[in-house]
Design a protein around this ligand. Structure first.
Ligand code: SAH
Length: 221
């Protein structure tokens, strides 16, 4: 059983430690105060193994098992900031739930989040965390994110937390006109963070930061 104090955090997981991370993000160019506030609210230490909790507020990725990682806080902040710039953002699709941290940050900023994860064990752990934190606007699916979530499309924005070598066409199709896809694209080792904006005429692409993500892999397990 986890209690109020564990959720709030103490010492290396306290609100003060979280505030220092948020200050660092601000110094490193994150401008959207809504995003910084959301990261102030979501206890990242609950999304990693207890043995790693004391490192949860370092600006670094950490292992979450199954060969996957929780994304670096700066990357989460940057992607979320880019996503919110799409204007009216109410319905968001996330691909790659992982531990659920990015999902939780989105859930405090937008109305509804649909999130797809290919590894069943990670998804179940994330589900338990959302229950604990009472995040009722998150919908989860065990599936292959290459296909998106067609039954719930169109989305105002889509965020992909793993890197394909090329943009999955289904994800562009599931954006509303005016909607935005934020996704790392490229081979293993390093990718370009890309923004795709769907317009009435087609899709426009913008190259953003250089990033490093785990690969987007087809199928489920
Ligand atoms: N947003 C997560 C990042 C997790 S790492 C966080 O904050 O922790 C990326 C995740 O994408 C991994 O859990 C991996 O299993 C998942 N993934 C990779 N390919 C996928 C696919 N085709 N469909 C759904 N999830 C996928």
């Amino acid at each position: 059983m986890i209690d109020r104090l564990q959720i709030e955090g103490v010492g290396m997981t306290s609100r003060r430690t979280r505030a220092r991370l948020v200050d660092r993000l601000r110094r490193h160019g994150i401008r959207d105060e809504r995003v910084l506030q959301a990261m102030m609210e979501v206890p990242r230490h609950l999304f990693v193994d207890e043995a790693l909790a004391s490192r949860a507020y370092e600006d670094t990725p950490l292992p979450i098992g199954h060969g996957q990682t929780i994304s670096q806080p700066w990357v989460v902040a940057r992607m979320t900031e880019l996503l919110l710039q799409a204007g009216e953002v109410n319905r968001v699709l996330e691909v790659g739930t992982g531990c659920g941290y990015q999902t939780a940050v989105l859930s405090v900023l937008v109305n509804q989040v649909w999130s797809v994860e290919r590894i069943g064990a990670l998804l179940e752990q994330a589900r338990e965390r959302f229950r604990l934190l009472r995040l009722a606007n998150v919908h989860l699916r065990h599936g292959d994110g290459y296909a998106g979530w067609p039954e719930e499309a169109p989305f105002d924005a889509i965020l992909v937390a793993a890197a394909p070598e090329e943009v999955p066409p289904a994800l562009l199709e599931q954006l509303r006109v005016g909607g935005r896809l934020v996704i790392p694209v490229g081979a293993q080792g390093g990718q370009q963070l890309m923004v795709y904006d769907r317009t009435a005429k087609g899709v426009s692409a913008t190259t953003c930061d250089y990033v490093s993500f785990v690969p987007l892999i087809g199928g489920t397990r």
